[in-house]
Ligand binder design. Structure first.
Ligand SMILES: *Cc1c(COP(=O)(O)O)cnc(C)c1O
Length: 423
């Protein structure tokens, strides 16, 4: 496979952009590769600047549940553009998307739009602290909540492969109110609530973590979170930036039947444009400016182009059986991968249409487990799949995604390549 143009593009990018990329994992360092420069994407297919084609299982990190370049989403965005691209004044699209988000997610009574998942989480945490008048935030090792200073403690995703639990540039004082616990550890949770319960503003969690690879919550774990936060007057925040609109129309909160006080969503929400949101109980959301004392704002928040793409996306997702069909297709695919992987030192963790291949002989139920898996073998697998025309998420600390656009043929070819890898 000739990748000369990508190599040249990378060299040039390095002269102007740190590491040549605008988000670290894209550099593909963790898997011993050089970044791909994409020229075009359509359905489940990426075409790089050399004209090589790849079936995409990363899908802009989970954004494109409908596949790239969806005609109806594009049409909505184009129509919006023809009316001007930003007003800084309310538009009808904002209320329309807000209504759809509130109708979709069981815990969402009021919602406010922002431009990135990081911003959504940052705002939700500030609101939780403002509402409870308490300082402490409990998170879980390996959960990633964007690059918010005080949440960069044992963060997953790209921060995990940086080799340090946190980040330079975050003073110790900034994280002094952040407690990070092992995911799925019910005892650690009880202990922290016993010791600090009346000082905890919120527990924030990816209900199905996808940023340490996909990890499933142990039976009753999310219910325990709900119970302990409720008893102590702390808020429960579900970071559904990945799982929202993916696992089901109502995200993980619908799938697991646990309703948080606040929820963050992103990725799928903007239909490929920068949009994210946080929201939840009306009494909590009313503490936000202009009604309340918790400040939060944004120049491009509720951007009409992003809102329009989001409306078109949620409209398509609300079609009868959308999630059931996607999850069924994914589950058939994953079961076939599992039958090949059996006895070969590979574990496949999955939930709905997201999955992670871990090179490990034992189960992977926490960040500690994920760190113990064979990262060199994952790197070999990534390079092999890339060579064979598949772009999977380039780290064992990330999830792969299946979209409605993946054809049976594309999934079959993936299964064949996966099988051959072990020959
Ligand atoms: C991607 C992600 C974020 C951050 O969103 P950005 O739009 O990249 O800032 C936050 N939380 C979770 C769970 C995510 O997957």
């Amino acid at each position: 496979m000739n990748r000369e143009q990508s190599k040249l593009a990378y060299k040039e990018a390095l002269q102007f952009i740190p590491g040549g990329v605008n988000s670290p994992v894209r550099a593909l360092k963790g898997v011993g590769e050089q970044p791909l420069f994409v020229g075009k994407a359509e359905g489940a297919e990426l075409t790089d600047v050399d004209g090589n084609r790849f079936t995409d299982f990363c899908l802009s990190w989970g954004v494109f549940i409908l596949g790239h370049n969806h005609p109806q989403v594009n049409k909505a965005a184009m129509e919006a553009i023809s009316n001007g691209t930003s007003y800084g004044i309310p538009s009808l699209q904002e209320t329309e998307l807000a209504r759809r988000v509130c109708e979709s997610l069981p815990g969402m009574e009021r919602v406010r739009f922002v431009s990135s998942g990081t911003e959504a989480v940052m705002s939700a945490v500030r609101l939780a602290r403002g509402f409870t008048n308490r300082p402490v935030i409990v998170k879980f090792d390996g959960c990633y909540h964007g690059h918010v200073d005080h949440l960069l403690v044992a963060a997953g995703s790209g921060a995990a492969t940086l080799g340090s639990a946190s980040s330079a540039g975050v003073p110790g004082e900034f994280v002094s109110h952040t407690v990070s616990l092992p995911f799925n550890d019910r005892e650690a949770l009880q202990t922290v609530f016993r010791e600090k319960g009346d000082r905890i503003a919120a527990v924030i969690v990816e209900p199905v973590p996808a940023n340490m690879g996909v990890i499933n919550p142990a039976d009753g774990f999310l219910h325990q979170l709900r119970e302990l936060t409720g008893q102590s007057g702390a808020l429960l925040i579900f970071d559904e930036v990945i799982t929202g609109f993916r696992l089901s129309p109502g995200g993980a909160q619908e799938t697991f039947g646990v309703i948080p006080d606040l929820t963050t969503v992103g990725k799928i929400l903007g239909g490929g444009f920068p949009a994210a949101a946080f929201g939840g109980r009306a009494d909590i959301m009313s503490r936000l400016a202009p009604d309340g004392p918790v400040y939060q704002a944004g120049t491009l928040s509720g951007n009409p182009v992003a809102m329009s793409a989001g409306i078109a996306t949620l409209q398509l997702l609300s079609e009868e059986g959308f999630h059931a069909n996607l999850n069924r297709k994914a589950s058939r695919f994953i079961r076939r991968l599992e039958s090949i992987a059996a006895g070969k030192g590979v574990r496949i963790n999955s939930q709905g249409s997201m999955f992670t291949l871990f090179f490990s002989d034992s189960e992977v139920n926490s960040f500690e487990d994920a760190k113990q898996t064979d990262h060199a073998a994952f790197g070999r697998f990534f390079r092999y799949m890339l060579q064979n025309g598949f772009y999977i998420s380039p780290s064992p600390f990330e999830a792969c995604f299946i979209s409605a656009a993946h054809s049976d043929g594309e999934l079959c070819r993936f299964i064949e390549a996966f099988d051959k890898f072990f020959c």
